[in-house]
Design a binder for this molecule. Sequence first.
Ligand code: ADP
Length: 190
Amino acid sequence: MLNLVLFGPPGAGKGTQAEFLIEKFGLLHVSTGDLLRSEIAANTELGQQAKAFMDKGELVTDEIVIGMIQSLLDSNKDAKGIIFDGFPRTVAQAEALDTLLNNASIPVKGMLSLEVEKEELVKRLLIRGESSGRSDDQDQSIIENRISVYHEKTSPLKDFYKAQDKLYEVEGMGSIEEIAARLCDVVATL
Ligand code: ADP
């Protein structure tokens, strides 16, 4: 199984590039952000709990997201591979993912980390906010908070995967096609 973690700060282009990679390599796309937004749209209890964090640009609790991933893995045992997008976002989540996948002998093959400058991130998110209707993309202070939460809690995961020799840093500035080609070159070596 080709299990990949697509990594990077909010606005790095993970969703866009995931679309391309799932098509090219026949993988399943798992975006915790999308899963949480579906829960909110369906007005489930989990969705209501998650919304309170997401509206502020804070992380949803590890317990909620790990539980979602666990049931998703249970119901997709035949997948050719999975692209994790927006997960893991904390060391506890990465450890839980390792346990789940290693127990099933299908470990993460690599973390593809999209590297993008902060000014570009804010610009991209505000543009996305104009069309996506996502309230967390429409307010500069929520965006800034998401980026600082990323630096504080999520970016340490690069060291987590580096220690396992699985970190691949990919330049995330440039055209969508250029970045996709860079990602493809890396995935081809895995
Ligand atoms: P972006 O990467 O642009 O911030 P996402 O759709 O990945 O967009 O995430 C939106 C929000 O959903 C995050 O700000 C956070 O509140 C919540 N979220 C998504 N994935 C996770 C996760 N793995 N752990 C905790 N919170 C998450």
